[in-house]
Design a protein around this ligand. Structure first.
Ligand SMILES: *Cc1c(COP(=O)(O)O)cnc(C)c1O
Length: 375
């Protein structure tokens, strides 16, 4: 029987490399609480990402929640964000007692539509949380100008953008903070993990308190905080995976090039545009299917592939604003582009160990849906 192909498969280092890394833990018994591996990874990532400040966390979501918490916005304040993202982005805002204000996206790269941000700003607006969705980089310069004009904070959800640069600068250097996810399914993983990057050194202490119960010394709790520390086993995984990151991205690049070659000529399928000044990280391969031209809907293609053991994902459908946890609160919002993209988008399998032959198989399966219709 043929092997199933899933949308992603976590990168793992050679077993020996990992066991070498974790061996000393059996001597030290120091398993968490900013151990040696945690601190080493923090330093290595700081260099790799080219950022001034970084704080490692237990996962990407808590990184986002605590980055927002560290800004100390008043309860009920408004945060402009996008609904075309993983639910984590919206939850992080809501769980901080803040009100998400949803802005539409651009059809060119699916990031927040900077032309529509200003009209959403009110007296209660305190921040913008844009998302570098699929690794597409937001319009950093325009967003920065808007933020300066209205004195808003910018916290980028960079969960998809690990390793990307804009005009040669690490993507984590933009805005007041950027948040990365090192979840197993992301380009770089620590099994579960994440980080906040920033320029203002005060944020390091604030985030340290927030991720470690506000404990400053044996008898002193200086702040109310959560527990969101990265443990040593996760950090070890990160140190190992970081050694192979360039090689992993190189493999993703080749696969993506093959997808492009095969899909560019297909009418009714739209690919993500390459961005100028951006060094991409080859995180995801989303395609948009226009049923009127292609002859088959996104859902039909997805189902047909599933029957052949190829599991794509409808990222991001539904929009986070339309999820039932928010009831009808945001259902009527004018998010035309986001809604239209959300209905047509699907993400094709892409991970370092995927084979070129499998890419060809996936594309053939997509094209076969079209033939079945014509027959
Ligand atoms: C994965 C992801 C997160 C959350 O990261 P976790 O590490 O899974 O908690 C946040 N935002 C986006 C856009 C993501 O894809």
């Amino acid at each position: 029987m043929k092997e199933n192909i899933f949308v992603t498969r976590p990168s793992m280092p050679p077993w020996e490399e990992y066991t070498e890394r974790i061996k000393p833990l059996w001597d030290s018994h120091w398993l968490t609480n900013m151990g040696e591996l945690h601190n080493t990874l923090e330093q290595e990532l700081k260099e790799y990402l080219g950022v001034e400040g970084i704080s490692l966390m237990v996962n990407g979501h808590m990184s986002l929640e605590l980055a927002l918490a560290a800004m100390k916005f008043p309860q009920g304040a408004e945060v402009i964000t996008t609904p075309f993202t993983f639910i984590s982005t919206t939850h992080a805002i809501a769980r901080n007692g803040l009100e998400p204000v949803f802005c539409d996206i651009k059809s060119s790269d699916y990031t927040i539509d900077e032309d529509k941000i200003e009209s959403l700003i009110t007296e209660k607006t305190v921040a913008i949380v844009p998302v570098h969705v699929y690794g597409s980089i937001c319009n950093l310069e325009r967003i920065n100008r808007i933020a300066e004009k209205y004195e808003l904070k910018v916290i980028y959800d960079a969960a998809h953008a690990f390793g990307s640069t804009y005009k040669g600068k690490g993507i984590g250097t933009f805005g007041d903070a950027s948040v990365f996810s090192f979840h197993a399914t992301k380009v770089f993983n620590t099994i579960e993990g994440g980080a906040v990057t920033f320029r203002n050194p005060d944020l390091y202490t604030k985030l340290y308190n927030l991720k470690n119960f506000g404990i400053r010394s044996e008898e002193i709790v200086a702040e109310v905080g959560a527990n969101a520390k990265m443990n040593e086993f996760a950090a070890a995984m990160g140190l190992c995976n970081l050694m192979h990151i360039e090689e992993e991205m190189g493999k993703r690049k080749k696969l993506m090039e093959r997808y492009r070659e095969l899909l560019v000529p297909v009418k009714g399928i739209r690919l993500l545009e390459e961005q100028i000044d951006v060094k991409p990280n080859y995180a995801y391969f989303p395609i948009q299917i226009d049923e009127t031209v292609f002859g088959r809907s996104r859902d039909e293609v997805c189902d047909a592939l599933k029957q052949q053991g190829i599991f794509c994902r409808k990222y991001f459908y539904p929009l986070t604003s339309d999820q039932i946890c928010f009831g009808d609160r945001y259902r009527g919002l004018p998010l035309e582009t986001a809604r239209s993209v959300s209905k047509r988008i699907m993400v094709l399998p892409l991970y370092a160990d995927l084979q070129i032959a499998q890419v060809e198989e996936i594309v053939n399966a997509i094209l076969a849906c079209q033939c079945n219709r014509i027959k």
